[in-house]
Design a protein around this ligand. Structure first.
Ligand code: SAM
Ligand code: DTB
Ligand code: SF4
Length: 344
């Protein structure tokens, strides 16, 4: 069994990315089989609960107020509308529901509203995830107490490239929030974006930063840049698809027990490229026709892809609810039903 290491050097990760393609995929796939069912993929559905108007300047993001991308700023969605969307996602077979907000950080008055959403989604028997920007330690505790399982907060790019992509916060801000999330007892969902014009060395730097966090993130989303007109990164030279597969494979080897998510960018990927990514160790996807503001493959196309590849949707991993142990049974039953829905 390959060990879970936190002492990777950048050179070692770079050397993985440099391997001949077949050698890299062979090693990644073996690692994958040691730690995971290679035919099971976890499915999460995203919902933008607060869209656009963000004060940050992330060069990739269509929701930054300063870029003319056509995304309109909206208010926080009402609770009943969020719950209705979570029910739809569950009926379509998703086991995790991820709520995203275009905030630098939530205002204290927003936190109880999001906490109410988390409580209601959790009560449906779904895993909960939120991505709301930077959190204080107290905010993290409040969200955890509401039943939040995962917090998504990406490192996004190599530390040395961070200032080229975002100037309104720094890497240490990201690390601080990730620390608050871990201290509050939540699982972290933390990854990055490739295809932003970075070099292979940059991708090694991102993976190294992720693999040397105090704990490997339980979920590692690997996004391929979705180029949106009006953002500074629109028009960036497209990344060689094999480099994308290499990044997934190296993430699998460096963080063997984590779920590696094939995230943004799937709508522009062929089925064959996605199948290579699953072989290389990706075992999670965003499922549902929309990411936050951009498109994602149709549900029916994903169901067909799973069927063609013999993949089934993964059972959710919730084994115990500290607040109400009775929900354990409900979660497992629900996840089996979801598995049949997606695989049907
Ligand atoms: N505002 C919060 C934050 O930035 O942490 C949460 C929402 S933000 C949209 C979540 C993540 O979406 C970013 O960290 C980034 O990885 C991803 N993202 C945003 N725009 C993207 C794009 N055009 N292509 C790929 N990923 C993107
Ligand atoms: C993540 O790493 N990718 C997701 C999720 N976490 C929140 C977001 C992708 C957003 C893609 C651009 C958009 O749809 O606005
Ligand atoms: Fe705002 Fe998040 Fe988009 Fe950056 S990535 S502009 S913080 S919504």
């Amino acid at each position: 069994m390959s060990a879970i290491r936190h002492d990777w050097t950048r050179e070692e990760i770079h050397a993985l990315l440099d391997l001949p393609f077949a050698d890299l995929l062979d090693r990644a796939h073996r690692t994958h089989r040691e730690h995971h069912d290679p035919n099971a993929v976890q499915v999460s559905t995203l919902l933008s609960i607060k869209t656009g108007g963000c004060p940050e300047d992330c060069a990739y993001c269509p929701q930054a107020a300063r870029y003319a991308t056509g995304v309109k700023a909206e208010k926080l969605m009402p609770l009943d509308a969020v719950v209705a969307r979570a029910k739809q996602a569950k009926a379509a077979g998703a086991t995790r529901f991820c709520m995203g907000a275009a905030w630098r950080s939530p205002k204290d008055r927003d936190v109880p509203k999001v906490a109410a959403m988390i409580r209601e989604v959790r009560a449906l028997g779904m895993e909960t995830c939120a991505t709301l920007g930077m959190l204080t330690a107290d905010q993290a505790v409040t969200l955890r107490e509401a039943g939040l399982d995962y917090y998504n907060h990406n490192l996004d790019t190599a530390p040395e490239d961070y200032g080229d992509i975002i100037t309104t916060r720094d890497v240490q801000d990201r690390l601080d929030t990730l620390g608050h999330v871990r201290d509050a007892g939540m699982k972290t969902c933390c990854g990055g974006i490739v295809g932003m014009g970075e070099s292979r060395t940059g991708r090694a730097g991102l993976l190294h930063a992720l693999a040397t966090l105090p704990e490997h993130p339980q979920s590692v989303p690997i996004n391929r840049l979705v180029q949106v007109e009006g953002t500074p990164l629109a028009g960036t030279a497209l990344l060689d698809p094999f480099e994308f597969v290499r990044t997934v494979a190296a993430a699998r080897i460096a963080m063997p027990a984590s779920m590696v998510r094939l995230s943004a960018g799937r709508a522009e990927m062929s089925d064959e490229l996605q199948a290579l990514c699953f072989f290389a160790g990706a075992n999670s996807i965003f499922y549902g026709e929309k990411l936050l503001t951009t498109g994602n493959p149709d549900v029916i196309a994903d169901q067909q892809l799973f069927n063609r590849l013999g993949i089934h949707a993964m059972q959710i991993e919730v084994t115990r609810d500290d607040h109400d142990p009775r929900t354990v049974h409900a979660d497992i039953v629900e996840s089996c039903a979801a598995r049949e829905t997606v695989a049907a």
